[in-house]
Design a protein around this ligand. Structure first.
Ligand SMILES: Nc1ncnc2c1ncn2[C@@H]1O[C@H](COP(=O)(O)OP(=O)(O)OP(=O)(O)O)[C@@H](O)[C@H]1O
Ligand SMILES: [Mg+2]
Length: 269
């Protein structure tokens, strides 16, 4: 089925089939003196409730991919659909509000504000989205409860461990009850015990809420716990696999045509 034309090419991805879908996404960074193509035609699809790891060498474009697919950054070519809606047709205002209501971010760049307490950090996205302060506070406390930090609500980030801080970040990403959470190296700065705790938390949220999670990681142990690992190299998706010891393949698992065109076989028991 053809949905829209993109640069003379017919877009054949069915936006109804994945909560996140992209076709032919190209991103070029123009630094003035040089142009760098960071994404070279990304076809990607994620099913609702899938937990997908993006892996690949430093500089291959993983963060750029998350920034572009989530609409934080503009793309130069291609189409992205989120919950069936074409990002390009959203406009800035709608995009900002969509982001505030439907997505959560666990990104280094959105780190915690040091002058705010844990609960103030967590409620911030709601206040920015004009949610009533008393409601925002209640939701923030609930989110902190979810990540096991209810008793730490009044503490500032400096008084928390790295793992606790990351859990506050996760609480903040959940506070709007999002459909999609994007995580860029959520365990990157943590010791192995804290990293395991964070992964357990993300897996539980994925399983219990059908939360769709796309995470970037360098850690094969983290990737291995997801439904699917997508491999990137030099701005392109070069392969994907269902980890042998991960969560069983997502029942609706599906790969966009053009991504090698092959659906990945269901994980071995
Ligand atoms: N704002 C920017 N301006 C110019 N070039 C950029 C910018 N951001 C990223 N790049 C370049 O784009 C390429 C992809 O970068 P990206 O940050 O997406 O890589 P990555 O896979 O996330 O790497 P890492 O694992 O080190 O975080 C790199 O060559 C990088 O230098
Ligand atoms: Mg990165």
């Amino acid at each position: 089925m053809v949905f829209r034309k993109s640069k003379g090419k017919e877009a054949t991805v069915d936006p109804g089939k994945g909560i996140i879908q992209s076709q032919g996404v190209v991103k070029v960074y123009d630094t003035g003196s040089a142009k760098l193509t960071a994404l070279r035609g990304i076809d990607f699809a994620v099913r609702k409730g899938e937990m997908v790891a993006v892996m690949g060498p430093s500089g291959c474009g993983k963060t750029t991919l998350l920034n572009c697919l989530s609409g934080l950054d503009d793309v130069d070519e291609g189409t992205i659909w989120l919950e069936g809606e074409d990002l390009a047709t959203m406009g800035d205002k709608r995009r900002t509000s969509y982001r505030a209501k439907r997505m959560g971010f666990i990104f280094q760049v959105f780190n915690l504000l040091p002058v705010l307490s844990a609960v103030e950090n967590v409620e911030l996205p709601l206040l920015v989205d004009n949610v009533k302060p008393s409601v925002a506070r209640q939701k923030a406390l609930t989110a902190l409860e979810t990540v096991g930090l209810r008793d730490w609500a009044g503490h500032r980030p400096a008084e928390l461990s790295g793992g606790q801080r990351q859990r506050v970040t996760i609480a903040r990403s959940l506070v709007n009850d999002p459909a999609i959470v994007w995580a860029d190296e959520p365990t990157g700065a943590l010791d192995s015990k804290s990293a395991a705790d964070i992964m357990n938390l993300l897996r539980t949220l994925n399983a219990e809420r059908s939360l769709t999670i796309v995470l970037v990681t360098h850690d094969p142990g983290v990737g291995g716990q997801c439904h699917r690992i997508v491999r990137m190299q030099d701005g392109a998706i070069v392969g994907e696999e269902v980890p042998a010891n991960g969560i069983a393949a997502h029942p609706d698992h599906y790969v966009a045509a053009g991504n090698g065109g092959q659906a990945v076989a269901t994980a071995q028991a």
